[in-house]
Design a protein around this ligand. Structure first.
Ligand SMILES: O=C(O)c1ccccc1NCC(=O)[C@H](O)[C@H](O)COP(=O)(O)O
Length: 261
């Protein structure tokens, strides 16, 4: 069993349990459920924006512990000062050491930029939960969902006013998505082997129509890479480890942004 299959099997068990502990009705009644989400689409289209989606990531299956000292509060403040386009917060505990509380606490500080709930969505319940904890955007990973699920979960998110980042790694996964006015993330990391290759972004970019927003994900560590990817039409850049591996992720992000212009 590859790591992605293990994550998905674990996630299905976790969600089944969570559903018995917190009823859907309670999620819908939460105060955050009533707020109007901030649009990732608009933020990535902002001509004065950086396009950077900066991630809070304590650990990962490929790298182990990345940062177990920087708090969500200090990292959020630093990312906002760096003028990121959005924040990404891993809420998976088992494999990434994240929590739902991280997102809730980031939301208390961040009321200007969209927050992506970075998790492995396998059930509509998690989309309702994402809204209830204050997220603006959810991630749908084509490698672990059918075309029917992608459509169904995408429609549910849209009905709740949430944006969706559809993530693909190859043409086969891209073919599962209706490419119309969507945010498409090309993950440079193969989630089954962990191999990272920025060429994935470049190769798949031309298969994505202009009415979609293109986001390049993973393995970005140099501002010159972003300048290069913009030439291929990319407007979003998801960066985690490059910031989180430093002592002060917010400061690293600010220094990175300075080198973008
Ligand atoms: O990062 C991993 O090891 C990983 C393993 C299995 C599934 C997903 C994984 N990562 C999620 C991501 O896609 C990244 O956190 C995100 O794109 C940022 O990547 P990076 O800048 O390389 O930290």
């Amino acid at each position: 069993m590859n790591i992605l299959d293990k994550i998905i099997a674990h996630k299905k068990r976790e969600v089944a349990l969570q559903k018995t502990e917190v009823e859907l009705k309670r999620l819908v009644e939460s105060p955050a459920f009533k707020r109007t989400p901030i649009s990732l689409m608009d933020s990535l289209r902002d001509p004065n924006g950086t396009g950077i989606i900066a991630e809070y990531k304590r650990q990962s299956p490929s790298k182990g512990i990345i940062n177990d000292t920087s708090t969500i509060q200090e990292v959020t403040e630093g990312y906002l000062e760096a003028n990121v386009a959005a924040q990404s917060i891993l809420t998976d505990k088992e494999f990434f050491g994240g929590t739902i509380l991280d997102l809730v606490q980031a939301r208390e500080i961040n009321n200007t930029k969209p927050i992506l709930r970075k998790d492995f969505i396998v059930d509509g319940y998690q989309i309702v939960e994402a809204k209830a904890i204050g997220a603006d955007v959810i991630l749908l990973i084509a490698a672990c969902l059918t075309a029917k699920e992608l459509k169904q979960f995408g429609n549910l998110a849209e009905d709740l006013g949430l944006d969706v980042l559809y993530e693909v790694h190859n043409q086969q996964e891209l073919d599962k998505i209706e490419l119309d006015n969507k945010i498409i993330g090309i993950n440079n990391r193969n989630l089954k082997t962990f191999e990272v290759d920025l060429e994935h972004s470049i190769a798949l970019a031309k298969q994505i129509p202009d009415n979609c927003i293109k986001v390049s994900e993973s393995g970005i560590s140099d501002p010159r890479t972003i300048i290069g990817l913009r030439e291929f039409g990319f407007q979003g850049f998801l960066i985690g480890e490059n910031f989180m591996k430093t002592e002060n992720p917010g400061f690293s992000c600010k220094e990175f942004v300075k080198r973008l212009t």
